[in-house]
Write a protein that binds this ligand. Structure first.
Ligand code: ATP
Ligand code: FE2
Length: 326
């Protein structure tokens, strides 16, 4: 079986092709890079509209397949930015109708988890999903992927990117801060906001900017933000693992590329006799391959969607998905 997936929930548009063994045959993408400020949904959607067809052709080329050989077309149905979602859904519908191949809409958060299960040895992990817009602790329970904890305000990646931007650094700020943090060593006091199973980051952002204005070094600030924010994430993830008696943690989302987060989550897992898994970086960030793989799982389990059912959902919740493939 061959599935093609199109991802386009935010600033990235990606196309991936996978087979029934979760072998990634192609995984290409293109990112909008705002000249300044954050991403504008309409601008991102225009970018996706321009790039999606070239990316589909490029993916087919890399995978060395004929588009006519595809068994299913999958796309990111939500959650995400409305104009971006609609653009990608339109492309997916057009492709599916042209090729006369079934179409399936995929929940973006579920896809981050499924690709991790597909390419690592994790079987039934607790997913710590950390990206720009999302921060969630997700696990499978009673037929659904359920959110056990999440951010009460902004996603961790947005916090890192906003802090970096306010300090004059380029976008995305997360990887730049990771490099700076390696040269920091003084742990500055920042709010540690864990509320039950949830976390909050906007207080940390404000406090870090205040410290910056009073002369704290970028290295120490980057170090302190990472240590504090990642400890919060590890705490809630560990609590979910304890409650669920689960001994696997999987990282996903762009921030999962951070070595320090991997080290801390790995240490937390080892300390409790559990295992930590991280997919390769290209599959951590938003990507078409994860959409293709989840679409393939759904299709193989008998999920069928009419074109009318492919309407996008900006607030598509993780636990809205009936996980019939598990
Ligand atoms: P979503 O739509 O799922 O919220 P996204 O559009 O933010 O995702 P991703 O590619 O999953 O896209 O994640 C991007 C985020 O990951 C950015 O905030 C970026 O700063 C962060 N990031 C990438 N690499 C690192 C790193 N090494 N350390 C910390 N953060 C990182
Ligand atoms: Fe994502």
């Amino acid at each position: 079986m061959l599935a093609l997936g199109i991802e386009g929930t935010a600033h990235n548009v990606g196309v991936g092709i996978v087979d029934e063994k979760c072998r990634v045959l192609a995984n290409v993408y293109d990112m909008v890079r705002p000249e300044k400020g954050g991403i504008h949904p309409r601008e991102a959607a225009n970018h996706h509209a321009e790039m999606v067809v070239p990316l589909i052709l490029k993916a087919a080329d890399i995978a060395a397949i004929d588009l006519a050989d595809l068994d299913v077309i999958a796309f990111s149905q939500g959650p995400g930015l409305g104009p971006c979602l609609r653009t990608v859904a339109t492309a997916a519908r057009a492709l599916a109708l042209t090729l006369d191949v079934p179409i399936v809409g995929v929940n973006h958060c579920v896809a981050h988890l499924e690709i991790g299960r597909g390419v690592t040895d994790a079987r039934d992990p607790v997913l710590l999903y950390v990206s720009g817009g999302n921060t969630q602790v997700i696990a499978f329970a009673r037929g659904r992927y359920r959110v056990f904890g999440e951010t009460l305000d902004i996603g961790i990646g947005n916090m890192l990117d906003k802090f970096a931007r306010e300090c004059g650094l380029a976008f995305p700020g997360g990887p730049i801060l990771e490099k700076l943090a390696a040269d920091g060593g003084t742990l500055l006091p920042l709010p540690y906001s864990v509320k039950g199973m949830d976390v909050a980051f906007s207080g940390m952002l404000t406090a870090a900017l205040t410290l910056r204005r009073s002369g704290a070094s970028m290295e120490d600030l980057a170090f302190s933000i990472q240590e504090t924010a990642f400890a919060m994430l590890c705490e809630v993830t560990e609590r979910a693992m304890a409650h669920l008696e689960n001994d696997e943690v999987l990282l996903g989302g762009g921030v999962a590329r951070n070595r320090r987060l991997q080290e801390m989550a790995g240490r937390m897992a080892a300390d409790r006799g559990a295992k930590m898994f991280v997919p390769p970086g290209e599959l951590c960030i938003d990507n078409g391959a994860m959409i293709a793989w989840t679409g393939l799982l759904m299709h193989r389990a008998g999920v069928r969607m009419s074109v009318e059912e492919t309407v996008v959902d900006q607030r598509f919740r993780t636990d809205d998905v009936d996980v019939v493939w598990r």
